[in-house]
Design a protein around this ligand. Structure first.
Ligand code: N01
Length: 512
């Protein structure tokens, strides 16, 4: 966004809580953190020169390589001097007389700007659950999203709480060095092997040569990935054929498994065929039948919660130094000085790792005290769940754009694809305003209400709202309204809607 604003001749400042660039990749440095879309497809497309000169070393880049890439991008485009690091926004209020946002930081600094563009990420507000006795624990406590710079669990008794994408990435690596690893699982999860590998020079060259087609395909698909979903129902083929398709998808690895049939996310019976296949893989891999059974998801269908990809996740439970605790059978009661107690036993631990996820999508925005002119807060506005027009603006909050905000496809899409589409759309909107000398843009309440219906209807056409413990619904945070937050109508359809809105001179927005 900063690059585009500068290219338009606008002055902009980025306030960044971290000590460096990278966002997610700056904070989430836990062992095993790596992207779960292929590196080449996960990188920026806005500069042809950039995409041709950067070469990824692995199919799925690890967090340190991604961080090097993001630093490279920052320096290549001379963006660092536009970023104020270690600066956390405490609050922002719109001044209707001056048509500016007044922004306060936790350090006491103040900024004012005509436009406030939030780029705070969807998964950046860590969820540390309240567990009685947490303050008594004498060992190391850490959340994966604020991983300590210097930490070693070598030889220690480590407990991990959480088996989402993060836990599933971290557990195999933690198990390699821990003396003993105890995994505390509340909801069993599906996972597809990543099949990560180094990338040969010829493969990288071939991808670079094919970039125009790859990027066009990414922009034309449901998830912003460069492959199409097979246009066939899982129920239209014989069991043997289906099994062979699933075996092929399993050996290819990655989230591409979701694309094996077109109705995996819209038809329960179709979904069940994929879920059953993946359950059978868990039972095959995990040697102890009782552990295998506890690891088999039974309360939700494949990909109705965000599916992880892994390297040796289920295999890790065959190690003698790894124990699974099924919290559905014996929930955590408290953390003690020396470990963690469940209803059935006490586990002595030297370290507890919270892989417990995030207050997704709304958390990072509501952590800032954002208020409209007159003092009404975003928190009050969203008390019953987030509402926005296109996930880009909230009625009543003029000149504020929410990149990858609730109501946009964001987390259901390859993130850089979603981000770049928002950067383009916001930049075009600002150019439109400049050309007409408008000072203020604000989504109308009617457009917002209609979009809320569209978001709900899109979700209801899928099985996504059916996973009762999904963070897409806010279900992981006690007291959070249960509202399906991202737009599930697909990236390509969403981008078309945004383009139609701008082509109709930003219908649904008011300017003055
Ligand atoms: O978080 P999660 P995550 N007691 O919410 C459990 C992205 N990502 O950090 O399912 C006990 O998915 C919770 O249990 P339940 C990706 O979009 C991308 O793993 O709520 N357990 C669950 O098992 C992903 O979806 C990459 O019942 C508790 C786990 O903690 C998103 O980030 C890598 C608990 C949290 O899983 C979030 O993933 C990693 C409690 N009180 C993540 N509270 C890439 O590779 C929560 N849990 C790009």
């Amino acid at each position: 966004m900063l690059y585009r604003l500068r290219a338009m001749g606008l002055s902009a400042v980025v306030l960044e809580a971290g000590g460096g660039v990278g966002g997610t990749w700056y904070w989430n440095r836990y062992p095993g953190a790596r992207c779960d879309s292929e590196s080449y497809y996960y990188s920026y497309s806005f500069s042809e020169e950039l995409q041709n000169e950067w070469t990824w070393s692995e199919r799925f880049a690890g967090s340190s390589e991604i961080l090097s890439y993001l630093n490279y991008v920052t320096d290549k485009f001379s963006l660092r001097d536009g970023i104020v690091f270690e600066t956390r926004v405490a609050g922002a209020e719109f001044d209707r007389d001056a048509n500016t946002w007044k922004v306060r930081t936790t350090g006491g600094a103040a900024y004012s700007a005509q436009f406030l563009i939030t780029a705070v990420g969807c998964l950046s507000s860590a969820n540390v659950p309240h567990i009685d006795g947490i303050e008594k624990f004498a060992g190391d406590l850490c959340h994966t999203a604020s991983w300590p710079r210097e930490v070693s669990f070598r030889g220690k008794r480590v407990g991990v709480i959480g088996t989402g994408s993060t836990g599933i990435q971290a557990i195999p690596l933690l198990a390699r060095t821990a003396g003993h690893l105890t995994v505390f699982q509340r909801t069993a999860n599906y996972s597809i092997p990543a099949r990560n590998r180094p990338l040969a020079a010829e493969e990288s060259d071939a991808i670079k040569a094919d970039y125009p087609a790859i990027r066009a395909l990414q922009r034309s698909t449901t998830n912003g990935h460069p492959y199409k979903i097979r246009d066939q129902s899982a129920l239209a083929v014989s069991e043997a054929e289906r099994r062979s398709v699933y075996e092929q998808a399993w050996s290819t690895g990655t989230l591409r498994f979701r694309a094996a049939y077109r109705d995996l996310l819209s038809d329960r019976a179709a979904n069940e065929t994929a879920s059953d296949f993946l359950r059978s893989k868990i039972r095959q891999v995990v040697k102890d039948p009782e552990t295998a059974e506890a690891l088999v998801p039974k309360d939700h269908g494949f990909a109705t919660k965000r599916p992880p990809i892994d390297t040796n996740y289920f295999e890790t439970y065959n190690r003698p130094n790894v124990t699974l605790v099924d919290l559905k059978r014996s929930p955590i009661t408290e953390i003690t000085e020396h470990g963690l107690r469940t209803t059935s036993s006490e586990h002595e631990l030297d370290a507890i790792v919270f892989a417990t996820g995030f207050d997704a999508m709304t958390g990072p925005l509501l952590n800032m005290d954002i208020r409209t002119a007159g003092g009404a807060s975003l928190r009050d506005r969203w008390r019953e769940g987030p509402k926005s027009f296109l996930g880009l603006q909230v009625a009543g909050f003029p000149n504020m754009f929410t990149m990858t905000g609730p109501g946009s496809p964001s987390v259901l899409v390859n993130m850089p694809t979603a981000i770049e589409q928002h950067v383009d759309w916001i930049s075009d909107c600002l150019s439109f305003m400049r050309a007409r000398a408008y000072e203020v843009v604000e989504a109308s309440e009617e457009a917002e209400a209609k979009w809320a219906d569209a978001v709900r209807e899109a979700a209801d056409r899928t099985l996504l709202p059916s996973a009762a413990s999904s963070w897409y619904l806010g279900a992981n945070i006690p007291g959070k309204p249960r509202v399906f937050m991202p737009y599930a109508g697909g990236f390509a359809a969403y981008a078309r809607i945004c383009d139609d809105v701008s082509a109709r001179e930003y219908e649904g927005f008011r300017f003055r």
